[in-house]
Ligand binder design. Structure first.
Ligand SMILES: [Zn+2]
Ligand SMILES: [Zn+2]
Length: 322
């Protein structure tokens, strides 16, 4: 079962409700369950598929095990207290039609999958969770950046391990560029990420080359307005100003959830136009040499300073002088 199939099944109630407390081996460092024991059998977690991320809510994992896909949720005895007794509940198993479901358990009544979305926060692929932690929240732009990054991973094999040989150019400075930097390892700091704010979700992925001639670069452009949350954007201003009502804030979060869910579900072709263009790879700056500005006495990269004063001036001092 691939991830789309699993989500489809959860949304359409192809699950077997279990709702039993189970002992779980949990890796605190990685924050993932390693395995659990259920009905006299040990299930080894092969990989976590999804984590739901409701702040302050119950950690909820969808895990692929050697015995199928399960929802494993941590329940705390006292809702509000972080340091209180907690237990793991095996909520349901996603039915695997190909293997046949020999559990003999009653089919779910549609509640479990619904609760997972409504009460347990939205469903988020695990790699996106790491990006959310880095960025601070989940928003439509972050999801767009994540989807664009997946294309670069699939088409060019761009991963954090080989980021050194790639560069990315973005035509916006939105949350999307945090997603791309986080998942590819191409960052502004290591001079492999360049952002120009033209307000467009257009991204170029290319390889560095000592040859200065233009070379083939993958261009990915958002063509679907799904990133726009429409009238809910006005509520955002109210939230920032501290003037939104609870129901307005709810409406806003529902709009965000809906846009994010759509962006994560839409096939690549409906989201992006892809093409090949020829670009000259950017040239890396040589090692940094520093000097002291003769105006303010502060340290400045020599290549960014200009002659003036009693030696070199930083641009800020130049602006003051002029
Ligand atoms: Zn954001
Ligand atoms: Zn200065």
């Amino acid at each position: 079962m691939d991830i789309r199939e699993i989500i489809f099944k959860i949304q359409h109630d192809h699950v077997t409700v279990i709702q039993e407390e189970v002992p779980v081996q949990f890796d605190n460092r990685q924050q993932t369950p390693l395995g659990f024991r259920w009905r006299d059998r040990h299930y080894e977690v092969l990989k976590p598929i999804l984590v739901s991320n409701k702040p302050g809510g119950h950690p909820c994992y969808l895990v692929l095990t050697d015995g199928g896909v399960f929802n494993l949720t941590m329940v705390r005895d006292q809702e509000a207290a972080v340091f209180c007794k907690s237990r793991w509940v095996l909520k349901y198993r996603v039915n695997d039609d190909s293997a046949g479901d020999g559990s003999g358990l009653s089919k779910g009544q549609g509640k479990t999958a619904f609760q997972l979305r409504e009460g347990g926060g939205r469903l988020v692929p695990l790699p996106l969770m790491n990006i959310v932690h880095f960025h601070g929240h989940l928003c439509p732009e972050l999801a767009v950046g994540y989807r664009a990054g997946l294309i670069a991973q699939n088409e060019l094999g761009l991963t954090r391990d080989n980021a050194r040989s790639f560069f990315i150019l973005a035509e916006n400075m939105s949350s999307a560029i945090d997603a791309l930097q986080c998942m590819t390892g191409c960052t502004v700091g290591n001079q492999s990420f360049y952002a120009y704010d033209l307000g467009k979700h257009v991204y170029y992925f290319g390889r560095f080359d000592s040859d200065p001639e233009p070379r083939e670069t993958l261009r990915v452009a958002l063509i679907n307005p799904v990133v726009d949350i429409g009238p809910a954007r006005d509520i955002e201003k109210k939230i920032v100003a501290g003037q939104a009502t609870v129901s307005e804030a709810d409406e806003y979060h529902r709009a965000i959830d809906k846009a994010v869910a759509e962006i994560l579900d839409i096939p690549d072709e409906s989201l992006f136009a892809r093409s090949k263009v020829y670009l000259r790879p950017p040239r890396l700056n040589d090692g940094l040499e520093y000097d002291k500005c003769s105006g303010c006495g502060e340290v400045v990269a020599a290549r960014k300073a200009v002659p003036g004063g009693n030696g070199l001036l930083c641009r800020v001092c130049v602006a003051k002088v002029l």
